[in-house]
Design a protein around this ligand. Structure first.
Ligand code: UDX
Length: 429
């Protein structure tokens, strides 16, 4: 089927590549000419394992093309996926002007039946507004349907998540549109849930917020573990064995970050508020997340006292492993606090150094993980990159002023670190 993805950002590009991979004819559209040019040249503007190879393979087969024109997409493609950014306003509410602009552009070129699919994460009732907008600005009065098809991919494992999702949610009240969406997703052989438009939109915010809530819950349990001399890893294991709870997203740490959770949680609080519902539970989850970072900083200050003129070796800058994304990264927030308090920060991240340097030029970037230890008063693990486990910790210890490690992700083997002579501080244990 001929599909267009409007917006070639993270979600748009990975979705477009995966649709092409299963045999659809895909046109990825973006208004940024420079981006389109570099995509045509085979370069992807962010790091996602396997994506560049998937894009070049499908582009070579002629199943994946890049363009700038929404009109071309509307003319040639039956389903038009809107995957433009929905950034937050200063008050946490969602800025929908990109979505609205695309809706007007689609309306301007609409001549025959099309399905307009909202993939961007949007407040409930946005689909209704998109439909009204297209109706209002469409000159030819062609038929169309608007459906919601939220995306649940995680950065770092986006391709696996897209190719093999837990569920595909389609919010549609039109049989014609539902049949087309079933055909689009036919090759994925995944359970499909068909709902009304508003419920599908809510599923996305409700799911992301629930996951953030789950992490805040275990982070609060971690604080209780610290105060009671218990071990949060064992508590999480014991909880996770209950199939109703599950072990995933119970990894205690310095808190959640990234381009989705902070934005979506704030947005959902606002959305609920506008609908007359105060989401106190979610507000609490957000403040626990802030507290968790402060609690970690306090632990460091308690041990090494003033941070001024101290050297901190920082492992990790990305908001999580397997990505170069530093948006709302807790690791970056920690780095900023260390710098503000007058510390020298020697940092390393396998993928996020270039992006981190632009935001915090005062960071001393190191060429490998081991190097952060040179002259360090302590080493802090801030991102859960697996490869940090395999660093030459004994060599690092020799280069440190004092063998103190704060593991903000409970990534390292506590017993091994102790055997090697480190003072090891995890989270909640
Ligand atoms: C998230 C959702 O998982 C995904 O379904 C949605 O489409 C987009 O938002 P992503 O932002 O890529 O995906 O990251 P995710 O893997 O969910 O992690 C988010 C944050 O939570 C990271 O900072 C991570 O380090 C942290 N985290 C995750 C924990 O602290 N503990 C955990 O147990 C899991």
């Amino acid at each position: 089927m001929k599909l267009a993805i409007i917006g070639s950002g993270y979600v748009g590009l990975t979705t477009g590549a995966c649709f092409a991979e299963v045999g659809h004819d895909v046109l990825c559209v973006d208004s940024d000419q420079a981006k389109v040019k570099s995509l045509r040249g085979g370069s992807v503007p962010f790091y996602e394992p396997g994506l560049e190879a998937m894009i070049s393979r499908n582009a070579a087969l002629g199943r994946l093309r890049f363009g700038e024109s929404v009109a071309e997409a509307v003319e040639n493609c039956l389903a038009l996926f809107i995957a433009v950014p929905t950034p937050p306003h200063a008050d946490g509410s969602v800025d929908l002007h990109y979505v609205e602009k695309v809706a007007r552009e689609i309306a301007g070129s609409l001549r025959e039946y099309r399905v307009i699919v909202d993939k961007s994460t949007v407040p409930v009732r946005t689909g209704e507004k998109v439909a009204q907008t297209i109706e209002r600005y469409s000159k030819q009065k062609a038929e169309f349907d608007v459906v919601s098809n939220p995306e649940f991919l995680r950065e770092g494992s986006a391709i696996a998540d897209l190719m093999n999702p837990d569920r595909i949610v389609i919010g549609s009240s039109s049989e014609r549109a539902t049949a087309i969406m079933k055909e689009v997703y036919g090759p994925f052989r995944t359970p499909m849930l068909i709902t009304d438009l508003n419920s599908a939109e809510l599923i996305k915010h409700a799911s992301n917020s629930f996951l953030a809530l789950k992490i805040s819950y275990i982070n609060m349990i971690a604080q209780i573990c610290e105060a009671s001399n218990a071990d949060v890893l064992l508590v999480a294991e014991g909880m996770g064995l209950d199939r109703r709870i599950g072990r995933s997203f119970l990894q205690a740490g310095v808190g959640w970050g990234g381009s989705c959770f902070p934005k979506d949680v704030s947005a959902f609080i606002r959305i609920a508020e506008e609908l007359g519902c105060e989401f106190r539970l979610l507000k609490e989850a957000a403040s626990i997340n802030e507290e968790q970072r402060e609690h970690f900083l306090k632990k460091i200050r308690e041990e090494i006292w003033l941070l001024r003129d101290k050297t901190i070796g920082l492992l990790g800058l990305a908001f999580k492993n397997n990505t170069d994304d530093t948006r709302q990264s807790v690791a970056m927030a920690l780095a900023e606090s260390f710098l503000k308090e007058g510390a020298v920060v020697r940092a390393f991240d396998p993928k996020a150094m270039a992006k981190a340097e632009q935001l915090l030029p005062k960071l001393q970037l190191c060429s490998c993980g081991e190097d952060v230890a040179a002259g360090a008063d302590c080493v802090v693990v801030a991102t859960e990159w697996e490869e940090f486990r395999d660093l030459d910790w004994l060599a690092m210890k020799k280069r440190m002023l004092s063998p103190l490690v704060f593991d903000g992700r409970n990534l390292l083997d506590r017993e091994k670190m102790a055997a090697w002579g480190f003072s090891y501080r995890g989270v909640g244990r």
